[in-house]
Design a protein around this ligand. Sequence first.
Ligand SMILES: *Cc1c(COP(=O)(O)O)cnc(C)c1O
Length: 396
Amino acid sequence: MFNYLGKVDVAVNYTDEQICTQLYDTPSRHHGAVSPPIYQTSLFAFETFEAFTEAQSAERENYVYTRGGNPTTEILEQKLAMLERGERCKCFGSGMGAISSVFLSLLQKGDHVLLVNNIYGPTQQLMKHLENFGIEHSYTENDVEAAIRPNTKLIYVESPGTMLMKVVDLMKVTALAMRHGIYTAIDNTWSTPIFQKPLTLGFDLSVHSLTKYIGGHSDIVGGAVIGSSKLIDRIFTYGYQLNGSVLSPHDASQVIKGLRTLPLRMKQHESNASQIIDFLQSRDEIKVIHHPSLQDRDITENQMSGFSGLLSFELKEGRFDHVASFINELNVFKIGVSWGGYESLVNSPVKRSNASELIKQGIDPGLIRLSIGLENPDDLIADLKNAFRASELIKP
Ligand SMILES: *Cc1c(COP(=O)(O)O)cnc(C)c1O
């Protein structure tokens, strides 16, 4: 029988670099291979029927079927668990697979979810859909305590938040939740575990889209949830095995490769973004820049050890034509969804006729989002300079 590696020992301290480069690679289990093999198999065969039935009765601990456990995926899960200082991790076929598994596993009819800060759009759509199953939700920006209801089961936070990158005081949230006996989960995609470890701040669960920085090469879609053994086991049974959002072993191997350079890449994203922000601050076409490095240090210093490269800014001239012409003039920045890859990207929620809708959501109709990649920052600045110059021309 082939047992799982088991839960990670969070009491032992490893550096992030150690975890990303070597820990849990377990060459001794794989003929000495330094690069873990891809177990591209759907099922695992057994020597005897007795061994098979025994393994099947504890699928959480044994390799039986890849919509359960897989040795390649498990190496990734162990690394992510240790990076976040959680006992266990489960990986998913997408970030949304991971997020929906949390809701499906922890909630029942009659429960309320409190969503704190600007939340990723599809997560909001999912909450809306769950109303059909008797699960309520509401949003709050700052006064979390006042927004708690008697049936609040889960506080779900995104920090830094979507689009405006606003930071929430995380320890204030977890202290409150603990007092009220409420589960807490956070979407930690923006920071990655390199820059923020929410479980050490009291969160029960940390959720990721592996598609962004952790994968880092814009070549896979994946997700992960990290937390205590008890909670992840529950998520394994309901939100994972039954919902079936499986990360393929091949993609898991790509993410392991992404992790090798994650600490290095995050340093470079941070340094590049800081240079771009300096440049943007010198431009009088811009009203405001949104990035956690420009926010209240009293909060960020307590919970973040660095800042990634996703930022947004507001053009003074907030109209579709102006936003479109600026974006169209960029060449190094590619136009597209997603972020966190090696390549710089530009995007905007502004459409030809949604200005009033955006304002209602607190989003400026001149908002442009940049994902700062790993290019030479001088090339990125030259590209932005050119776009400012060229888009000047369309002013009335
Ligand atoms: C992309 C993203 C997700 C969803 O991840 P997918 O891998 O696309 O399913 C969730 N949260 C945040 C903050 C994201 O940026």
